[in-house]
Ligand binder design. Structure first.
Ligand SMILES: Cc1cc2nc3c(=O)[nH]c(=O)nc-3n(C[C@H](O)[C@H](O)[C@H](O)COP(=O)(O)OP(=O)(O)OC[C@H]3O[C@@H](n4cnc5c(N)ncnc54)[C@H](O)[C@@H]3O)c2cc1C
Length: 504
């Protein structure tokens, strides 16, 4: 047994002995569960995982880890597919919080909930349904993960509440040094304001724990969207690739004027195609879809080159004004058609544009066949049609040059555009996996050269992406390092995460 393995065994023994409510997983069951099923480079999987049942158990485990010098990697459900799945740095023991899955509170009038980290989108949705609670969820395209883990990684959904980290209101956290804190109004004992007020006296600390390695989040307050009186969905089908710029400009103008609280999303033909078919249905061999194949896809599936989805919610009279302005703006785009679907409270709920979590989105990873997979490239661009079009064209060229199809969605936000490119590939094709690995690194560097940063990164590329933020001799990274030293002096929590110096 190596020294590291020996230390790990002693640490796990100590946890098993001193912490009442834990499950410990090792061996093949652990390696199979805690890995990235979509990895470009095969890895062995984690060697050990601990599943605590309560915040006090988490605290005890972190305290023991401090005395043993062990490193833990917290996950809430480990469904981070497209960004590394349940893979953790090989120095770490997984701290899997899936057993801590209580919905502690749902407040209807004020629209918030308080959750433990293991609660999945499906569980929260089913709870709201079972109790007929008029609050709507914002869900990611793959809904089997946890609400807390998704928000902590700045996950996104389609609703005015779709920036999930922005909905966080109050956290309970076990810091790396073993202290247990409650942020914001949670620190005021007996206060009922914890999930009602995002700020308290002093700096707001919730953000410190987002895409972070400073602590283990054991409770999260989150704002949920009250069921609106009515809603309208405008589906816009756009014929020409080049119209993307004008479409983004039009949506940006509507956003700036406060007419669209939602982040409208503009996706290309492949979003639908990858959900209902495989690439072999459209083209032979492994070359990217060409112009004629794209035409066939579009005709057969009845989709535009780009397809925008705009959702508006609220009082019917207010909706009509926003709808009128939206249609006026969209109808000025060349060669586009708009379809309007309306819903009013009282009409069947399955027709409402609310978030219903499911695992169906995963189907698209089979685009390249039964050994298909995907990895996401999520970065941000300015709210400018010309910039978005230019970058989309460049990205498409780079993907085509690597032999990949172009699957892209643009979320139009208040002051920037979030672009998620899903790179769909065949995991059995090792040459292609190596090419994507190299491409990913060059895409990060190219984006940084142009002044654009990553929104969210798979574990494998986190250090490279962090390295790009170099102002003042990496002064920001050094500042974070000082925070890490203060809150987690022994480097117990996800030590390689957020580091710009250590590559995984
Ligand atoms: C087809 C498809 C579509 C997708 N669409 C979307 C989408 O639309 N939007 C989107 O956001 N994602 C999307 N995803 C990505 C992913 O599946 C989801 O974001 C998923 O919710 C993340 O899994 P999880 O919540 O179980 O996170 P976890 O794996 O539990 O957590 C992710 C990371 O967050 C940190 N973390 C988690 N919990 C804690 C904690 N309690 N304390 C401290 N740190 C913690 C850890 O670093 C962990 O590695 C998609 C994936 C697929 C396959």
């Amino acid at each position: 047994m190596t020294e590291a393995a020996d230390l790990r065994a002693h640490f796990l023994d100590e946890v098993g002995r001193r912490v009442g409510d834990v499950e410990i997983v090792t061996g093949a069951a652990c390696a199979t569960r805690y890995r990235d099923p979509f990895a470009l480079v095969p890895s062995a999987g984690a060697e050990a995982a601990i599943r605590p049942g309560s915040a006090s158990s988490v605290q005890a485990i972190v305290q023991i880890a401090n005395t043993f010098g062990a490193a833990l990697w917290p996950i809430s459900r480990g469904e981070n597919l497209g960004y590394g799945g349940a893979a953790v740095s090989d120095k770490c023991i997984v701290l899997d919080l899936m057993r801590m899955n209580r919905i502690l509170e749902v407040n209807v009038p004020d629209g918030f909930c308080l959750l433990e980290p293991g609660v999945s989108f499906v569980e929260l949705f089913e709870h709201l349904e079972a109790h007929d609670i008029p609050l709507w969820l914002s869900v990611p395209g793959y809904g089997l993960g946890s609400v807390v883990g998704n928000a902590l990684e700045r996950g996104v959904g389609n609703s005015p509440y779709g920036d999930h980290a922005a909905q966080i209101c109050g956290l309970e956290v076990v810091l790396g040094n073993g202290d247990l804190i409650r942020t914001g109004m949670g620190a005021l004992s007996g206060s009922g304001m914890w999930q009602r007020q995002k700020t308290a006296l002093g700096p707001r600390l919730d953000e410190l724990f987002v895409q972070s390695n400073l602590g283990v989040v054991t409770k999260m307050g989150l704002w949920l969207m009250p069921e609106p009186e009515a809603s309208v969905v405008v589906d816009v089908e756009i014929e020409e690739r080049e119209t993307l710029g004008a479409c983004i400009e039009a949506l940006a103008s509507l956003k700036r004027r406060g007419l669209l609280p939602d982040a409208p999303v503009v996706s290309n033909y492949l979003t639908k195609a990858a959900l209902v078919s495989r690439r072999s249905d459209w083209i032979d061999g492994s070359t990217p879809l060409d112009v004629s194949a794209i035409d066939r896809v579009r005709k057969k599936l009845g989709v535009g080159w780009w397809n925008a989805k705009i959702r508006i919610y609220g009082l019917p009279t207010v909706l009509e004004i926003a709808l009128h302005s939206t249609l006026e703006a969209m109808r000025q785009l060349p060669a586009c058609t708009c379809t309007v679907s309306k819903w009013r409270r009282g009409a069947p709920k399955h027709l409402a544009p609310r978030g219903v979590p499911s695992g169906e989105g995963l189907v698209n990873s089979r685009w390249c066949g039964s050994t298909g997979a995907h990895i996401d490239f999520a970065w941000t661009l300015p709210l400018s049609g010309a910039e978005v079009l230019r970058n989309s064209t460049e990205m498409e060229k780079k993907l085509f040059a690597t032999g990949l199809d172009y699957h892209s969605s643009f979320y139009v936000r208040d002051r920037h555009v979030l672009n998620v490119v899903q790179i769909l590939f065949d995991q059995q094709d090792s040459g292609m996996c190596a090419a994507i690995d190299a491409l990913y690194l060059s895409l990060i560097a190219d984006a940084a050269r142009d002044g654009f940063g990553m929104h969210r990164v798979p574990l494998r590329y986190r250090a490279h992406a962090a390295e790009m933020f170099g102002f003042g001799g990496h002064a920001l990274a050094q500042c974070r390092e000082r925070l890490k030293q203060a809150l987690d002096p022994n480097g117990v929590i996800s030590p390689t995460k957020a580091s710009s110096t250590e590559k995984v």
